[in-house]
Design a binder for this molecule. Structure first.
Ligand code: 2IT
Length: 447
């Protein structure tokens, strides 16, 4: 296998699908050497098959807004790979959603899910629906309209969606309500991230952020450091940033920045529990503005319009918002302000130039598919509870999540340790995930 040849074919076939091509390029570069030591992979054309989604559903979603106007969006479900389990992955509602974005996310999800130790294949879905400024009633009508198409594609042993950007507990509730009405079955296992009174797992809302901090701790402990006392800049103020802030504070770190599309809130004294709670209010408001934090906590949170979280002095950077949110120039700015570690919590949050910059300047870096896997792992734990018709305590779920994050870190170290003893977490995560999926595909024949 030659990465450059496969990339040339994909570029010709899918011109302009930049996020998808970027995600594939990163994985292929990481695994090329190992792959070429396995002629049986080459013979079964594992890579050529793995980079193509199994199938993509595309559908029209029509709904009526509060003014009585008819609105039309496009919905998608990308079922990427089912070698190690049923399709599993979130739904993203965001104005910039395209097939390319969902293909990149579904591809990443395949390897991430393989790292979790649980039997889940990779998928992603969503819509170009923009929640900004939408009322609760509009959100509900959109979710219902979306599910009237999606429900035919999903099932507890087939494909299990969950949340992602723009889809949280409220949206999963509306989606599940419509699913139940259409299917006439109380199939709790068909979606994860449900409410805790109707089949949801405790700690699922916190899991992505908590898992990210457990992973960060593992990384730091390996080099004799600790999260305690560190200044952390995180981007975003949604579900992932919220969980990360909660756990960071609990572990004794100081969260000095949260951000939004409008700018960054610098918090010199460190984020407080009241501010962390307020992140949920900001998310539910659909205003998509972090300046609201500065308005609510004057003097404590200082808003800088148009600035990113990466302009704030910190020890550790945690991108928690969107793909490609951290550029090479941002990496340089972070480094010049003394930042020495970046754990990517968003999916593909760092541009390739930023990753190269971190790795060549001795700044610890770990990729999203390892760092943020605690979210989908806890979705996997929710599926287990649903299948058994039981619910575990917070302590049980947290222990399992912690164990899974430790295991993901171990897999990265196993496959990513370099001759000089340092760990290339990008390589480690990609090779570990790839080997599991490739072996399963090989054993299941040419399908
Ligand atoms: O990117 C992700 O891993 C998620 N949005 C969570 C997916 C899930 O199925 O819980």
């Amino acid at each position: 296998m030659k990465t450059s040849e496969i990339m040339a074919t994909l570029q010709a076939k899918y011109p302009g699908e930049n996020e998808y091509l970027q995600a594939v390029q990163e994985v292929l570069e990481s695994v090329e050497e190992v792959y070429n030591q396995h002629p049986e992979f080459e013979q079964a054309k594992i890579v050529e098959r793995m980079v193509e989604p199994d199938r993509i559903f595309t559908f029209r979603v029509t709904w009526i807004d509060d003014e009585g106007c008819v609105q039309t969006n496009t919905g998608y479900r990308v079922q990427f790979n089912s070698a190690i389990g049923p399709y599993k992955g979130g739904l993203r509602f965001h104005k910039a959603v395209t097939p390319s974005m969902l293909k990149f996310l579904g591809f990443e999800q395949t390897f991430k899910n393989a790292l979790t130790t649980l039997p889940m294949g990779g998928a992603k879905g969503g819509s170009d629906f923009n929640p900004r400024g939408r009322s609760d009633a509009e959100i509900m009508r959109f979710c219902q309209a979306f599910m009237t198409e999606l429900w035919q594609c999903i099932g507890p042993d087939q494909d299990i969606p969950a949340g992602d950007v723009g889809v949280g507990g409220r949206e999963i509730g509306y989606l599940y309500g419509m699913y139940k009405k259409l299917a006439r079955e109380y199939n709790t296992g068909v979606l994860t991230g449900k409410g805790s009174t109707w089949g949801g797992s405790v700690l699922r809302p916190e899991a992505t952020g908590y898992g990210a901090l457990y992973f960060t701790e593992n990384l730091l402990h390996r080099v004799g450091k600790d999260v305690k006392g560190c200044r952390i800049a995180l981007s975003g103020f949604g579900n992932v940033a919220w969980g990360a802030a909660k756990k960071a504070v609990e572990l004794g770190a100081k969260v000095v920045a949260v951000s939004g599309p409008d700018g960054v809130c610098e918090i010199p004294g460190g984020i407080t529990p009241e501010m962390i709670d307020y992140m949920l209010v900001m998310r539910a408001s659909n205003r998509d503005r972090v300046e609201d934090m500065a308005d609510k906590f004057p003097g404590q949170a200082i808003f800088h319009a148009g600035k990113k979280a990466w302009s704030v002095k910190c020890d550790i950077a945690l991108p928690c918002a969107f793909q490609n949110e951290l550029s090479e120039a941002d990496a340089e700015e972070l480094a010049s302000n003394g930042c020495w570690c970046c754990c990517e919590v968003s999916n593909m949050g760092c541009q390739p130039g930023a990753i190269r910059y971190f790795q060549s300047h001795g700044i610890y870096f770990a990729p999203g598919k390892a760092v943020n896997a605690g979210g989908v792992a806890t979705s996997g734990l929710e599926m287990t509870q649903n299948a058994e018709h039981i619910s575990w305590s917070g302590k049980e779920v947290d222990e399992k999540l912690h164990f899974i994050m430790n295991s993901i870190h171990e897999q990265c170290v196993k496959y990513g340790t370099q001759p000089d003893g340092s760990v290339d977490y990008v390589k480690g995560a990609n090779i570990a995930g790839f080997m599991k999926v490739a072996t399963a595909m090989l054993e299941q024949g040419i399908i």
